[in-house]
Design a protein around this ligand. Structure first.
Ligand code: BGC
Length: 749
């Protein structure tokens, strides 16, 4: 067989026939590419992803119905996003890569980094955040980690796949500024910083064109602007017109099509002169390069460290859970004390630890919180199911038993959450409420016991405003992977200190969400009407009260912020430093968040945006100076008319704190714009003339020479200032003519 380590890809390509090249461009089955045995080209396997390996038999389905090989089920993206910890996420990526390689798989189909536009998206558990910085930084960390093992990562779903409703056809209608600033920004960071081997296009259309055949997305932006040099693969079944897709930049169609008809379509198009063979060569060359990359790493089945990865999954899970509330400080519970604990809720015994669909992993082990609690405190804990996960006929009996257990205990720990049937790949949720049986149980328990802790298991935001007053403490556990049960016990008893932060806002109610009136769209179209005001950007702009803001999360210790220092550096970037001190009595981790507020701007910009963050571990009493750097691009907005990022001068607000609404230190800094002065347009308004450095001087001189007029009256500047000067000049009695305006305009260049 050809050795791929030092393969001369162009030479191999030149040896292949037209049919062989076309055959490389689609799968052999669900998970493998096609070999070209005559030329020594092997097949490779690609498979899901993202939070564990899901390797099925080649003929199996792709949505999780058939079992796959055992693999570590790490915390899914909804949890990893809340870690705000790029180092941790990279270590998880390394373990994912090692398992992928151990199973001789070439590419792991993840991470998914789509923005959580609405809490209703059925697949939010597979995505990291409502914020593109968090999605991009953590997505890049996953890709880096995975690829250190000599296997590829495949970042998905490119792009604007933010809902499951009609996902295979819907057209996401988004203006370019919003695309660039919100929906593409995470992909841009992952592609430019971590260089994934693969990008998966999404099923949906973007502004009317299928993502799978979108030349602007797949070629102009992804390759020309961002320098992507890997393979673009279709989402499974996303190709609509194979030849158009190839032309647009989609290299590999997955899975196989029956009878490989689309390979034949490519061949026919080349023969008919409708498709330049060079386009096919380009795709085939990229696929050969992927094989070369993958096969140059050793591929022997070497197994992986099952116990070590389980421990990593447990440590990671403990760093992902978010302590929303602890008032009065009921947590941590005392593992050596005498208090009795009623553990209530079926989820303590039957954990929900991952979401359903193509990402569903067959875990190597599964820990249950109830077992871990029992191991910690023995007979001091009793269990009552309280409810059936998928509503059961015995709910009233189960509730009565649970209330009795709570009545007799010092503390009641309730495990509440979303049944698996509430959220999955393939459909969106209709509401964000917990099942009524669970909230009724909580209310009944709270009547007999005032020391209530709620532990949540859910793949996406649930409303808490209707029941949070019943709980002294709330631990948002999201879906924590196979070791989540142990991690929850670690957190409840203080063996671990909560350090997760919300990567998505918890609104008071669903209808507060910025996308509410435009989700999931209608008649084949979903209009992204809220523009850049997604998630906290929208809640903040409308000054809405929320249950828990973006970035929020408590700890068993406390942190103080001091000594903010902001410096504008020579490249007009900004360096920010602040000191964080652990002022409590336990070791803990703080997520230092840096938010930037824009100057007075020509564009409608969010009140503040997260532009940098760092997670720091501190012993009691320890301080650390945290340095965060902002580039010019971090301060810019995307100007669709100019087709580029614009960096405006002015006063920027810089705030550092513990959440988007807990800003501890702030400063303003004046930064000069480096924008070239734009020439005045033919239809420049009077106000634009007066704001233009040269035009204003020339105009004022000309007007002064003509004596007082409507145009020299400041009041009139406000009233007619938004009229084009050239048009004002046509009015009777004006001190200058349209021709003179044009002369001045030329002189002002
Ligand atoms: C999903 C992808 C997944 C693929 C293969 C699709 O339905 O959208 O995320 O990688 O199937 O299972």
């Amino acid at each position: 067989m050809t050795t791929f380590a030092n393969l001369d890809v162009p030479a191999l390509l030149a040896e292949l026939t037209l049919e062989e090249k076309a055959s490389l461009c689609s799968g052999a089955d669900f998970w493998n590419t096609k070999a070209v045995e005559r030329a020594g080209v092997p097949a490779v396997m690609v498979t899901d992803g993202p939070h564990g390996l899901r390797k099925q038999a080649a003929v199996a389905d792709h949505v999780g119905l058939d079992d796959s090989v055992p693999a570590t089920c790490f915390p899914p993206a909804v949890a990893l996003g809340s870690s705000f910890d790029a180092d941790l996420v990279e270590r998880v990526g390394q373990a994912l890569g090692a398992e992928t390689r151990a199973e001789s798989v070439a590419v792991l189909l993840g991470p998914g980094i789509n923005i959580k536009r609405s809490p209703l998206c059925g697949r939010n558990f597979e995505y990291l955040s409502e914020d593109p910085l968090v999605s991009g930084v953590l997505g890049a960390a996953l890709v880096r980690g995975i690829q250190t093992a000599g296997v590829g990562a495949c970042v998905k779903h490119f792009a604007v796949n933010n809902q499951e409703t009609d996902r295979a056809r819907v057209s996401a209608e988004v203006d370019e500024r919003t695309l660039r600033e919100i929906y593409l920004a995470g992909f841009e960071r992952v592609v430019t910083e971590a260089k994934p081997w693969m990008v998966m296009c999404s099923y949906n259309k973007v502004n009317g064109t299928y993502a799978s055949q979108h030349p602007w997305l797949l070629t102009d932006v992804l390759r020309t602007e961002w320098g992507f040099d890997g393979v673009v693969v279709s989402d499974w079944g996303a190709v609509n017109d194979r030849v158009a897709a190839l032309r647009a930049g989609l290299d590999l169609q997955m899975p196989a099509t029956g009878g490989h008809v689309t390979d034949a379509e490519i061949v026919a198009a080349v023969r008919a002169g409708e498709l330049d063979e060079a386009v096919l060569d380009r795709a085939a060359e990229r696929i050969l390069t992927l094989l070369a990359r993958s096969l140059s790493a050793p591929r022997e089945r070497e197994g992986f460290n099952v116990a070590g990865h389980h421990t990593l999954a447990r440590d990671a899970a403990a760093d992902c859970a978010v302590l929303l509330k602890n008032e009065p400080a009921l947590l941590p519970l005392d593992s050596a004390g005498t208090e009795t604990i009623a553990v209530i809720g079926e989820f303590a015994r039957t954990p929900r630890y991952q979401g359903a669909g193509s990402s569903q992993v067959n875990p190597t082990r599964l820990e249950r919180a109830w077992n871990a609690i029992r191991e910690t405190v023995g007979d001091r804990a009793v269990f009552a199911a309280g409810f059936g996960i998928e509503d059961s006929a015995d709910d009233e009996t189960l509730r009565a038993e649970a209330v009795e257990a709570a009545r007799g205990a010092d503390v009641a720990v309730l495990f509440l959450g979303l049944p698996a049937s509430y959220e999955s790949e393939g459909f969106d949720r209709e509401h964000i409420l917990l099942p009524a049986s669970q909230t009724a149980l909580l209310a009944a328990v709270a009547e007999v016991n005032s020391n209530v802790v709620v532990v949540l298991s859910n793949g996406a935001t649930v409303q808490v405003s209707d029941w949070s007053h019943h709980a002294a403490a709330i631990l948002e556990g999201w879906l924590l992977g196979q070791a989540g049960g142990d991690a929850i016990a670690d957190l409840l008893f203080g063996r671990a200190n909560p350090s997760g932060r919300l990567a998505e806002t918890i609104p008071l109610r669903l209808s507060d969400n910025p996308s509410y009136l435009n989700f999931p769209g209608e008649l084949g179209v979903v209009r992204y009407g809220e523009g850049v005001f997604v998630g906290y950007r929208g809640y903040d702009a409308r000054e809405q009260e929320v249950s828990y803001p973006f970035g929020h999360g408590l700890s068993y210790t406390s942190f103080e912020y001091s000594d903010l220092e902001v410096t504008v550096d020579s490249e007009q970037g900004v360096s920010v430093a602040a000191t964080v001190t652990n002022t409590g009595s336990r070791a803990g981790k703080e997520v230092v968040q840096l938010y930037v507020s824009p100057p007075a701007s020509a564009a409608a910009r969010p009140v503040r945006e997260l532009k940098a963050f760092a997670k720091v571990a501190l012993e009691p009493g320890e301080s650390r100076r945290v340095q965060l750097a902002l580039t010019r691009r971090d301060l810019s907005y995307f100007h669709p008319g100019k087709g580029r990022w614009v960096f405006e001068g002015g006063e920027y607000g810089i705030a550092v704190g513990a959440s988007s609404r807990d800003l501890r230190l702030s400063a303003t800094v004046t930064v000069a714009s480096s924008e070239p002065v734009e020439p005045l347009a033919e239809d420049a308004s009077l106000q634009e003339w007066l704001a233009h450095p040269v035009g204003s001087r020339l105009l004022q001189e000309r007007l002064a020479a003509a004596g007082p007029s409507l145009l020299t009256d400041p009041h009139m500047h406000a009233v007619v200032g938004n009229f084009p000067l050239a048009r004002l000049a046509t009015f009777p009695g004006m001190p200058l003519t349209p021709a003179e305006v044009e002369d001045l305009r030329k002189a002002a260049r």
